[in-house]
Ligand binder design. Structure first.
Ligand SMILES: NC(=O)c1ccc[n+]([C@@H]2O[C@H](COP(=O)([O-])OP(=O)(O)OC[C@H]3O[C@@H](n4cnc5c(N)ncnc54)[C@H](O)[C@@H]3O)[C@@H](O)[C@H]2O)c1
Length: 259
């Protein structure tokens, strides 16, 4: 029970990595806010957590909308108390080089991945300051560190989150709030399968992704959740401003797929 007594908010937690983080946090004793676009999908995760003996609350919101974010964070605070663990996980990933990316997709990417992160932080941080305690984890990506093809707008936002981690850590270190980022390599999640579905030979690309990672495979959702659990817990009490790669070594090797 490494998060006993803590209230956590995980954005984008109706599926994929966010859901995995929420399940893990709940299993370690946190009460967890399940925030995503669709209330029904959020409630499904809440029910799964309850069936496993944990406690969670559905807080539907589009994180790019200030009013929805305030309502969601207010609801969670009213039900569970001050949020002291925040995982900014929700993101969208338009596929394309810059000239192939529509202005609409580009702006949505900035609105969710960056504006959304700002809005959720802005809503949660006053409570953390009052409690003089908090751990904020931004889910960035290896694309914020190395170049990968056809992910230009997305990579731009992920690099920004790594910079934001450093900047925020300097603002809040003396006030009890730690800020870190986690940069996954390729993880077997719905987002990965959506991405390869766009390519000419999805199965071949998945095999290439396995081979691209020095550990010889893509990662599992639980492997990202484990690092988030450490950063959220008091075991990471001297860790702030860090970017943890969870990428099977790919950011060190830096190879790229050929198809
Ligand atoms: N899967 C990977 O290989 C991989 C690699 C590196 C980084 N990441 C990062 O990990 C995080 C999770 O990725 P995933 O693979 O689980 O993605 P996913 O697409 O499976 O899940 C993302 C979730 O975010 C939600 N979401 C999207 N826009 C939202 C909004 N405006 N408001 C609220 N919720 C919103 C979606 O509904 C979805 O449930 C993302 O930040 C992603 O960039 C993923």
């Amino acid at each position: 029970m490494r998060l006993a007594g803590k209230v956590a908010l995980v954005t984008g937690s109706a599926r994929g990595i966010g859901k995995g983080i929420a399940l893990r946090f709940a299993a370690e004793g946190a009460r967890v806010g399940i925030l995503d676009l669709d209330a029904g999908a959020c409630q499904g995760v809440v029910d799964e957590i309850a069936a496993a003996g944990g406690t969670a609350l559905e807080v539907e919101a589009d994180i790019s909308d200030p009013a929805q974010v305030e309502t969601a964070v207010g609801k969670l605070g009213d039900e569970f108390g001050t949020v002291t663990v925040l995982v900014n996980n929700a993101a969208v990933m338009p596929v394309g080089a810059i000239h192939e990316t529509s202005l609409e997709d580009f702006e949505r990417c900035l609105a969710v991945n960056l504006r959304g992160t700002y809005l959720v932080c802005r809503a949660v941080i006053p409570g953390m300051l009052a409690a003089a305690a908090g751990s904020i984890i931004h889910i960035a990506s290896v694309t914020g560190i190395i170049g990968l093809p056809r992910l230009a707008a997305y990579s731009m936002t992920k690099g920004a989150l790594i910079a934001l981690t450093r900047a925020m850590s300097t603002d809040y270190a003396s006030r009890g709030i730690r800020i870190n980022s986690v940069s996954p390599g390729t993880i077997d999640s719905p987002m990965l399968h959506d991405f390869v579905a766009w390519q000419s030979n999805p199965e071949a690309l998945l095999r290439e992704y396995d081979a691209m990672h020095p550990l010889g495979r893509v990662g599992r959702i639980e492997e990202v959740a484990n690092v988030c659990l450490f950063l959220a817990s008091d075991e990471a009490s001297f860790v702030t401003g860090a970017n943890y790669t969870v990428d099977g070594g790919i950011s060190v090797k830096g190879e790229q797929p050929r198809n």
